[in-house]
Design a protein around this ligand. Structure first.
Ligand SMILES: Cc1cc2nc3c(=O)[nH]c(=O)nc-3n(C[C@H](O)[C@H](O)[C@H](O)COP(=O)(O)OP(=O)(O)OC[C@H]3O[C@@H](n4cnc5c(N)ncnc54)[C@H](O)[C@@H]3O)c2cc1C
Ligand SMILES: *[C@@H]1O[C@H](CO)[C@@H](O)[C@H](O)[C@H]1NC(C)=O
Ligand SMILES: *[C@@H]1O[C@H](CO)[C@@H](O)[C@H](O)[C@H]1NC(C)=O
Ligand SMILES: *[C@@H]1O[C@H](CO)[C@@H](O)[C@H](O)[C@H]1NC(C)=O
Ligand SMILES: *[C@@H]1O[C@H](CO)[C@@H](O)[C@H](O)[C@H]1NC(C)=O
Ligand SMILES: *[C@@H]1O[C@H](CO)[C@@H](O)[C@H](O)[C@H]1NC(C)=O
Ligand SMILES: *[C@@H]1O[C@H](CO)[C@@H](O)[C@H](O)[C@H]1NC(C)=O
Ligand SMILES: *[C@@H]1O[C@H](CO)[C@@H](O)[C@H](O)[C@H]1NC(C)=O
Ligand SMILES: *[C@@H]1O[C@H](CO)[C@@H](O)[C@H](O)[C@H]1NC(C)=O
Ligand SMILES: *[C@@H]1O[C@H](CO)[C@@H](O)[C@H](O)[C@H]1NC(C)=O
Ligand SMILES: *[C@@H]1O[C@H](CO)[C@@H](O)[C@H](O)[C@H]1NC(C)=O
Ligand SMILES: *[C@@H]1O[C@H](CO)[C@@H](O)[C@H](O)[C@H]1NC(C)=O
Ligand SMILES: CC(=O)N[C@H]1CO[C@H](CO)[C@@H](O)[C@@H]1O
Length: 585
């Protein structure tokens, strides 16, 4: 049904009903990608037909999902369905042309005009293709991906690899590009005696193998049905991809202080590289690529076809909930937030993880205490609960609730649906930093003061420390700053559609200001988490990859000598212009 709609929209798009924005340059020189369907270098219909004959599904013609609402007088698709699902991460990720943050569906030209397709038709802006790639492959198998990679290489197209479109840097969209869409690769298998390819037969894992399109809610269901736990991302509806950008960027979880990051739990990848090879990367086979795929970033080394994760035995957990709805004074805010930050490393040392929403107005913490009794969890939080109760004269919510399994707390509380405030269906840009544990231990008051001075609502992710700190920083490609961090702090700016480009630029300046203030707090050793970060990092190589950058770059050159896989602020991207269209001279 929806695919018929997409085909229909693709046809009207080709007929020019959705006013297409023309390419500014027919860039067929080898230094530049061939972009946009109207360029003379673009493959012909016959060339595309030949590609279509090699892949298992019809080619896709992604469109912004909001295009169903146009023309406003007589919508071409089911606009009511779009409106009803606009904040649903799983619905959005099921549309090849949708990004979770619709600002990445839009494109702003250097002259300040905007190409977008707004849900609000009353804004009177014509629906345009924006940043959404016009054509691509709906990959179901490694062979589909191999055909797509060969085609992109032959025609010098700019490749966009997309799984769910959750990316906060827009790395899974790209104007005039060619999409390899992995969303429909949904295979899942579990083995209690998994042997990594090439590994000794006496070293086995209880492992879950997820094809590239599997999302966390599906992975959690599969782990639960095998009575196991898998370390994964947390999002409304569980819609983040389990085998795409999340894992390659690091992958944090509320369970990370107990079991490590995603990259610490991945034991094998399968990947199609730009040469068209379908490789297995693990500790025994292509160990250099295995190292780089664990932290070197999505869309950079090739197209993953699967990830195999180690799993853990089922356990009960205690949910810790703290809410101060209204701080009465700035002094009260400073004292409570400072006390929380002071205690946070001792909590992650116990394997506790969680998310604290901090602003000058309020404080909310949802944490998980795994592998402990209710009484022991109560004893651990008692000093903090007493501190807060006293400081707020008893008005705070302070509670602990036991759950039989991680899965039960996940389904009842952690996966609840979004309302447009957390990157699903709302325009967002982020700023973030990893907060070094050293700094927290030495100067928690200053950390608290600086975070509150941002005068915004931020998320203090207690997803580092504990097991994350125990991993040898050089055993994976991940930014070594993660291993010294107490927490990952992220905040952002957001705006309604229709906001003028000049106002968006002002908000971006505010976000750049946040980065500057956070960098001033943590210094160059802090670094940042590539997957939840700013588009305007002045020194992204150091900030996102630390001293692993040159090795990551060398491994990229070995496995992607053609430079087919390039994403904004990714390894090797500095060789390209800002639009990632032409190699720099
Ligand atoms: C609501 C929300 C909640 C989040 N929660 C968490 C969280 O709990 N923990 C956390 O660590 N992060 C979280 N994130 C951030 C998340 O890690 C990033 O958005 C990440 O990029 C998502 O990866 P994806 O594959 O789902 O998204 P996509 O946007 O599809 O892809 C992201 C990047 O990976 C690449 N990629 C995708 N698939 C493949 C593939 N098969 N092969 C090669 N490259 C590929 C893309 O090219 C792109 O560069 C969250 C984001 C959102 C919006
Ligand atoms: C995803 O979209 C396809 C068609 O494009 C449709 O058949 C399927 O039901 C959708 N799945 C979900 C979960 O919405
Ligand atoms: C087109 O490309 C040429 C050569 O690279 C460049 O000088 C020119 O500015 C480009 N035009 C536009 C509109 O980008
Ligand atoms: C801005 O540039 C785009 C692309 O070249 C063009 O289509 C548009 O008309 C320009 N807008 C203005 C206001 O000049
Ligand atoms: C849509 O835009 C119109 C015109 O700017 C505005 O009046 C209206 O409030 C907007 N609707 C929504 C739902 O934002
Ligand atoms: C999916 O997994 C099953 C076994 O679990 C296997 O038989 C099948 O070939 C797999 N499909 C793909 C497309 O990999
Ligand atoms: C696996 O077997 C090898 C010898 O074949 C032995 O050296 C090694 O210690 C064994 N490892 C485990 C975990 O049993
Ligand atoms: C659970 O706690 C016990 C001690 O209380 C410890 O020995 C064990 O390693 C812990 N398990 C995990 C998975 O953290
Ligand atoms: C209780 O809070 C008051 C200020 O509200 C403070 O002066 C006092 O030291 C606190 N007592 C304890 C035990 O924390
Ligand atoms: C733990 O504390 C909660 C209140 O937060 C209380 O209701 C519960 O009885 C306590 N449980 C135990 C085992 O002490
Ligand atoms: C989230 O929304 C989807 C679709 O609207 C629905 O199927 C699902 O049950 C909702 N989940 C929760 C936890 O409310
Ligand atoms: C902080 O933000 C609030 C709005 O959330 C605003 O009213 C206030 O003026 C700001 N304070 C400072 C010091 O910027
Ligand atoms: C007493 C008071 O100020 N209550 C406010 C606390 O904050 C919530 C929203 O976070 C408001 O709705 C209350 O009015």
């Amino acid at each position: 049904m929806v695919s018929k709609l997409a085909n229909f929209l693709a046809q009207v798009f080709l007929l020019g009903f959705i006013s297409s924005v023309r390419g500014v340059n027919d860039t067929s020189s080898s230094r530049c990608r061939c972009l946009y369907p109207d360029s003379s270098c673009w493959p012909s219909d016959a060339d595309f037909a030949s590609l279509a004959s090699q892949v298992s599904q019809p080619l896709i013609y992604p469109v912004p999902p909001e295009s169903a609402c146009y023309p406003a007088s007589n919508p071409s698709g089911n606009c009511a369905e779009v409106i009803a699902n606009i904040f649903d991460g799983n619905w959005r990720s099921n549309q090849s042309g949708s990004m979770q943050s619709p600002n990445f569906e839009t494109f702003i030209f250097p002259n300040g005009s905007i190409s977008a397709c707004f849900l609000n038709t009353s804004l009177g802006v014509p629906c345009q293709q924006g940043n959404v790639p016009p054509v691509g492959v709906d990959a179901r198998t490694a062979e589909d991906i191999q055909a797509a990679v060969a085609f992109a290489e032959k025609w010098n197209l700019r490749v966009v690899v997309k799984s769910t479109g959750h990316d906060y840097l827009g790395r899974s969209s790209g104007r005039g590009s060619f999409m390899i869409w992995t969303h429909n690769m949904k295979n899942i298998s579990y083995s209690a005696s998994f042997i990594p390819e090439g590994g000794p037969s006496n070293v086995t894992f209880n492992a879950l193998t997820l094809a590239a399109g599997v999302q966390w809610h599906e992975a959690y269901d599969a782990a639960q049905s095998n009575n196991r736990i898998v370390v994964g991302g947390i999002a409304p509806g569980g819609s983040v991809g389990a085998a795409g950008g999340w894992i390659q960027g690091g992958g944090h979880s509320i369970l990370s202080p107990q079991f490590g990051l995603g990259v610490d739990n991945a034991i094998q990848f399968t990947v199609v590289t730009s040469s068209g090879s379908h490789l297995t990367a693990n500790a025994y086979s292509h160990p250099d690529l295995f190292w780089a795929l664990r932290g070197g970033g999505g869309g950079t080394y090739g197209v993953l076809t699967s990830v195999t994760y180690n799993t853990h035995p089922q356990e009960s957990v205690i949910l810790i909930a703290v809410e101060i709805a209204n701080f009465t004074t700035p002094t009260q805010a400073q004292s409570i937030v400072s006390e929380f930050i002071r205690l946070s490393p001792s909590l992650s040392d116990l394997g506790w993880g969680g998310y604290a929403f901090i602003s000058p107005q309020s404080f909310l913490f949802a944490g998980l205490a795994p592998n402990t009794s209710w009484a022991d969890a109560n004893a651990t939080v008692k000093p903090f609960f007493d501190f807060v109760a006293n400081a707020t004269s008893g008005s705070a919510i302070l509670d602990t609730i036991p759950f039989d399994t991680f899965y039960s707390v996940y389904t009842s509380l952690l996966s609840t649906n979004a309302s447009g405030t957390d990157g699903i269906g709302s325009n967002n840009e982020l700023a973030s930093r990893l907060i070094p544990r050293d700094l927290v231990e030495k100067d928690y008051d200053r950390v608290s003061e600086t975070l509150l001075s941002l005068n915004s609502s931020l998320l203090y992710h207690l997803v580092a420390g504990g097991a994350v700190s125990k991993v040898d920083p050089d055993s994976t490609g991940l930014n070594p700053a993660w291993r010294k961090a107490a927490a990952h702090v992220a905040l952002g700016v957001s705006w309604p559609e229709g906001t003028s480009v000049s106002d968006i630029r002002l908000l971006e300046d505010i976000a750049k200001g946040y980065v500057g203030i956070l960098e001033g707090l943590v210094g160059p050793d802090g670094g940042a988490y590539f997957n939840e970060a700013s588009l305007y990092e002045p020194n992204f190589q150091e900030t996102f990859f630390g001293d692993h950058y040159s090795k990551l770059q060398a491994i990229k050159d070995q496995y992607d000598p053609a430079g087919l896989f390039v994403v904004v602020e990714g390894v090797g991207s500095e060789r390209w212009d800002d639009a990632l269209e032409c190699l720099k001279a």
